[in-house]
Design a protein around this ligand. Structure first.
Ligand SMILES: *Cc1c(COP(=O)(O)O)cnc(C)c1O
Length: 367
């Protein structure tokens, strides 16, 4: 039997891409803020309903750059239930990550547990909209305002996600995106940083270009995260079809939910009221006792038969060697994240899953 992978990249039409490549070849302008780069930035700002966006070469560099731009020092509060890049970006900035537990209802940071983690050294909170599910941004902002903290959202999963018509990317001080091949919207590799004003956008653009503010002037110790014209052109084509891909994912989610609704020991997420979801992932959570099989028994049985779900996010970041010595990494401090990491499987979720694929996947879960 064919393999069913957890995701499948959204690819532009090859003929259309070749036409754009021809334009790039003719222009001989292949990087450094070229015309496709400019077009993609404005097209994304419009699509995402954000005022200012800067493209990056992946989703990790905007995290690093956001912390640099805001001159974050000391301790940064985050969760261990994410992709490692979230915590790595804090470490690479010479800051100390402080792990706070997640809520079972969103898999995002639990706002009720943030205040207890704040010390005189705390300067920022870095929450994650895990699976694209919006965290409680009002509660987080209220705490940040009370203690004078910055908020940088790792919104790598939250492309196009809106709450009551407003993009989640417009909240906090800054929000980052990833356009990696495995994400809902990709530019092969890529990412972006969303900011709220023109001066900050300018500063970000200096920082992603070595700190150059002119031919001979360097205003900051910047990095290189300039997106080339080939990827920008690819991104423009993919943007045209991302809504259709999200709708296909939505249909898959509906089929999964209908089939799993009454299966004992299987929990999953429904849509949240007022939220435009992007259906980037379909996590299920296995209660071994009620389901009659552990998460890993199910996961490896499916894997053996070519159904490649993923245990996003297991193991927790707080268990990796760099971080496990931190006091906040103790499992007793992270009971919900520890439990969820042992229950989760992300089922295959992408725009090309067929009804036969879905039936085959579900046959392992619906007895
Ligand atoms: C994918 C991802 C990143 C990193 O993005 P890259 O484009 O792979 O560098 C960061 N945070 C989260 C939560 C992610 O899922």
């Amino acid at each position: 039997m064919d393999k069913i992978t957890v995701t499948s990249p959204l690819l532009p039409n090859l003929d259309e891409f070749q036409e754009l490549l021809k334009e790039i070849w003719d222009s001989k302008w292949i990087t450094n803020n070229g015309s496709f780069h400019k077009k993609l930035e404005s097209a994304l700002a419009e699509y995402l309903k954000v005022p200012y966006i800067s493209l990056f070469t992946n989703g990790t560099l905007p995290l690093l750059t956001a912390l640099q731009a805001l001159r974050i020092t000391g301790e940064v509060i985050t969760t261990p239930y994410s992709f490692v890049a979230t915590t790595h970006s804090i470490w690479w900035n010479g800051c100390r990550p402080v792990f706070v537990d997640i809520e079972e209802s969103t898999c995002g940071i639990d706002p009720d547990k943030i205040e207890a983690a704040i010390t005189p050294k705390t300067t920022a909170i870095m929450p994650v909209h895990c699976y694209g599910k919006p965290v409680n941004m009002d509660a987080i902002q209220a705490i940040a305002d009370k203690y004078g903290l910055r908020v940088i959202y790792d919104a790598a999963h939250a492309f196009g996600v809106e709450v009551n018509g407003e993009s989640v990317l417009n909240r906090g001080d800054m929000a980052t995106l990833s356009f990696h091949a495995t994400k809902v919207y990709n530019t092969l590799e890529g990412g972006a940083l969303v900011v709220h004003d023109e001066a900050t956008k300018k500063r970000i653009d200096y920082l992603k270009n070595f700190g150059f503010a002119g031919e001979t002037e360097v205003v900051a110790p910047g990095i290189n995260s300039k997106v080339d014209e080939v990827r920008a052109a690819y991104g423009l084509l993919n943007l045209k079809q991302v809504d259709a891909a999200i709708e296909k994912r939505h249909q898959v989610a509906i089929k999964y939910r209908n089939a799993l609704r009454d299966v004992p020991g299987v929990r999953f997420f429904d849509d949240m009221p007022g939220v435009r979801h992007n259906y980037s992932y379909f996590p299920i959570f296995i209660n071994a006792e009620e389901f009659g099989q552990t998460r890993d028994e199910l996961y490896f049985k499916m894997k053996e038969d070519g159904i490649l779900g993923r245990r996003y996010f297991y193991p927790l970041i707080s268990t990796f060697s760099t971080y496990r010595g931190l006091p906040s990494a103790a499992p007793e401090n992270l009971p919900v994240a520890t439990k969820i990491a042992n229950e989760v499987i992300c089922l295959p979720m992408h725009h090309e899953l067929s009804d036969e694929d879905i039936t085959r996947i579900l046959s392992y879960i619906v007895k």
